[in-house]
Design a protein around this ligand. Structure first.
Ligand SMILES: Nc1nc2c(c(=O)[nH]1)N[C@H]1C(S)=C(S)[C@@H](COP(=O)(O)OP(=O)(O)OC[C@H]3O[C@@H](n4cnc5c(=O)[nH]c(N)nc54)[C@H](O)[C@@H]3O)O[C@H]1N2
Ligand SMILES: Nc1nc2c(c(=O)[nH]1)N[C@H]1C(S)=C(S)[C@@H](COP(=O)(O)OP(=O)(O)OC[C@H]3O[C@@H](n4cnc5c(=O)[nH]c(N)nc54)[C@H](O)[C@@H]3O)O[C@H]1N2
Ligand SMILES: [Mo]
Length: 688
């Protein structure tokens, strides 16, 4: 980028690191102060076709987050009890030597007793599972099943389409019907929303399917407030009407789909009246959705992960993903369904993560979504836990068990972090990690078709180090001598880009120069216009070799599956992302927390009145797993029977030191072994 010598500023290209489909192209302005580069401004790249110069509220505060007075700047060692959060500063040398000795001692007995715990605090290829994965593979540590977010939907989508992809984000501007299905785009996919706005101005109809009148729902033409976890029934109801009325692209079905007869047989049972009763909506709403899905073309469904966090999440995604093929919408670049396009970024993961370092060993796999149970009862026990890019004490379900597990004297716990989070409080060693402004990375995305490079804009603050460097040094301390442990971050990024990869011939140096580049896909990207699905049959598979036609599985916690439980705990609670937080990241940024206020429970007037709850009063939310308190907000944004606690708060920043995961369960979804955060029954009462 051009240097402005007079003002001594430079602009450095970067990428939004967060677990967000938008993965923005960033421009950070850096000024030289006392010989040190200081980031003074962060902006979206106006040239980047999906960022278009705009950043969300959170990422525009990335400098406030990076220069936060509470940033961890030095390695620290625990002095108090576990969980107390009292530490003393130590040198890197002391920390790494001691950690290596502890891990070696455990590994000598059984390396599987060491468990990595990480998710998408950064989505970077290098600072995510890069050097870290090499380290754990060499060690022979337990493998981690990274299911906490998307694996039910990913398995459902892959079963049906064979490839995680869909219409391009920009193409939504050309759709005439856009259905936001379990997707609060204004909060969690802002740039797609701007394309939908463009479509709206050109006459498109926008529909939102969400139990909650989210920011997005209130801006759509129609909002269908179904009960949580009932999406599979609704999708099958739409299929029912399409089939009954013959609103079918028979040519497309004939050529490019598999299992239509069995899907039709299944859908026959889901007539609109029955679906209406299951979903808590009207039969007319089901009919209307089907009518629109056939008559308004092209139709694009923005499906998001909000609807797969219940027992039947995988089947529900399969059912929804079947709809565009029935109506032939894939023929158009602005038609089809987009849940994720992460399948387009097929990096050379084996070169980056080096599973060959396992050398024939087959360690057990720990499911990150049941870490509460695993910490308390895994056999063999978890003796060491190394946490990076995640805050499990705040985000994993059934917090009481998670916190109890972390509070045990054993396991030996190492946390790599920017801040002293709820999880960091339990660390034996707390190691300071760099932010996106301070390290190198390569990014794919799950929401658009551009790969991005992230160049460091400033030097690491204090003694912070990139995750990659921490694992590099830890490998050295453990005497791991394989040459791959000496690879630089640039080398790892370059290894991720194979010659015939998603970027064609582009190499890492070129990507760093340009900052971002479109994948090697046609301008008019209509992935399944002529079939070409990634499934074994090459077709859209309504049924697969192993799965019958998708069905509706009622929530674990609901009147159908468990009437006794529903009688005691009659309200469903959902805890979707708050606009100004990114999962539990940014909760400690004061300006964002100020906008967020305090944790609130949105509850319908009818449900509030039945419990004598007035607006603003403190309420206790509880079930057999636990309880937490927050301020009631009486509102018709929440439908009757459903309470909403926007999340994910840091426990220690809430008045009672708890958050919504006190009540969520460790039950897993039908496909993908994923958590069921939004399949949760509670009772609510006044706190006093
Ligand atoms: N601002 C912000 N953006 C984020 C995040 C964040 O925390 N904050 N998190 C990021 C991450 S990790 C992810 S996975 C994505 C998530 O992105 P989304 O999937 O869009 O996020 P959610 O908010 O989980 O779900 C969206 C909507 O689904 C609704 N919902 C809940 N249960 C159901 C249901 O059973 N059926 C239907 N139809 N709708 C339901 C919720 O009320 C919510 O309004 O967002 C990413 N972007
Ligand atoms: N009740 C409820 N619970 C939920 C959800 C919900 O909707 N409701 N959503 C679920 C979903 S979709 C997800 S994805 C998970 C998210 O859960 P997590 O993946 O744990 O996400 P965050 O809470 O953002 O925590 C990420 C942490 O990584 C740190 N970090 C960021 N970059 C780096 C880095 O470069 N190095 C290191 N060492 N650390 C870094 C951040 O400071 C932050 O503390 O939560 C899940 N939990
Ligand atoms: Mo997520």
């Amino acid at each position: 980028m051009p240097d402005d010598r007079a003002a001594r500023t430079t602009v450095v290209r970067g990428a939004g690191p967060h677990d967000c489909p938008d993965t923005c192209a960033l421009l950070t302005t850096v000024e030289e102060r006392d010989g040190k580069p200081v980031a003074i401004r962060i902006a979206g790249d106006p040239e980047h076709p999906t960022t278009r110069g705009a950043l969300c509220t959170k990422v525009s505060r990335y400098l406030e987050r990076t220069y936060h007075p509470e940033r961890l700047l030095h390695p620290m060692k625990r002095v108090g009890r576990k969980g107390e959060g009292r530490f003393v500063r130590v040198s890197w040398e002391e920390a790494l030597t001691d950690i290596a000795a502890r891990l070696q001692e455990i590994a000598a007995r059984d390396p599987q007793r060491i468990v990595p715990y990480s998710y998408a605090g950064t989505m970077g290829v290098v600072q995510g599972e890069g050097m870290a994965a090499r380290f754990f593979h060499k060690l022979g540590a337990s493998l981690l099943d990274r299911t906490i977010c998307a694996s039910a939907g990913a398995e459902g989508l892959t079963a049906t389409l064979g490839l995680r992809t869909g219409p391009a984000m920009e193409a939504f501007a050309d759709a005439k019907l856009i259905v936001f299905w379990g997707a609060n785009a204004i909060a969690s996919n802002l740039h797609l929303w701007t394309f939908a706005q463009e479509a709206k101005r050109k006459g498109a109809k926008l529909v939102c399917i969400d139990p909650y009148r989210s920011l997005t729902a209130e801006k759509c033409h129609q909002h269908i407030a179904l009960l949580p976890g009932t999406d599979g029934a609704l999708a099958l109801g739409i299929a029912h009407v399409l089939i009954r009325t013959g609103w079918l692209d028979r040519d497309y079905i004939e050529r490019y789909t598999l299992g239509f007869e069995l899907l039709a047989e299944r859908a026959a049972w889901y007539d609109p009246a029955r679906v209406a009763a299951l979903c808590g909506i009207t039969a007319a709403e089901v009919e209307q959705l089907a009518h629109d899905h056939w008559h308004i073309r092209p139709a694009a469904i923005r499906l998001n992960y909000g609807m797969q966090r219940a027992r039947g999440g995988g089947n529900a995604v399969r059912a929804v993903a079947s709809l565009p093929a029935l109506a032939g919408h894939w023929r158009d670049a602005a038609g089809g369904v987009l849940l994720s396009c992460s399948g387009m970024f097929n990096w050379n993961r084996a070169a980056v993560q080096r599973p060959d370092l396992l050398a024939g060993r087959t360690p057990r796999t720990i499911n990150m979504s049941t870490i509460g149970n695993d910490l308390l009862a895994a056999d063999p026990p978890i003796e060491a836990l190394i946490v990076y890019n995640s805050n499990p004490v705040a985000v994993a379900p059934e917090s009481a068990k998670v916190a109890q597990g972390f509070a045990r004297e054993d396991p030996f716990t190492v946390v790599l972090e920017h801040f002293q989070t709820d999880t960091a409080d339990y660390a034996d060693y707390l190691l300071p990690a760099t932010t996106q402004l301070e390290h190198t990375d390569l990014h794919g995305t799950y929401g658009h078709l551009y790969a991005l490079a992230n160049d460091p804009a400033i030097a690491p603050l204090g003694e912070a180090l990139p995750n990659s460097e921490i694992f590099r040094r830890l490998a050295a301390a453990m005497d791991f001598t394989d040459p791959c442990f000496a690879d630089s971050d640039d080398a790892i990024a370059a290894q991720a880009l194979p010659a015939a990869g998603p970027l064609g011939e582009t190499c890492w140096d070129e990507l760093k120069q340009s900052g971002w580049q479109r994948l090697d896909v046609p301008e008019r990207y209509a992935p399944f216009a002529q079939g070409g699905f990634g499934t074994p049959s090459g077709k859209c598979e309504f049924t697969t070799a192993t799965l019958p036609a998708p069905d509706y599985l009622p929530p674990y916690e609901g009147p159908t599956s468990n009437a006794e439980l529903a009688a005691r705990y009659p309200l469903a609670i959902i805890s979707p992302p708050a606009r100004n937080f990114l999962n539990s990241s940014f909760v400690n940024v004061q300006s964002l927390r100020d906008t967020g206020g305090e944790p609130t429970l949105e509850i319908h007037a009818q449900d509030a009145a039945a419990r004598g709850i007035a607006d603003g009063e403190r309420v206790r939310v509880f079930n057999d797993r636990g309880s937490f308190t927050l301020a009631a907000r009486v509102t018709d944004r929440a439908r009757p029977g459903v309470a909403v606690a926007l999340s994910i708060w840091w426990r220690k920043l809430a008045r009672d030191g708890k958050n919504a995961n006190e009540v969520t369960s460790q039950a897993l979804t039908d496909l993908g072994r994923a958590p069921t955060f939004y399949d949760c029954l509670v009772q609510v009462a006044r706190a006093d």
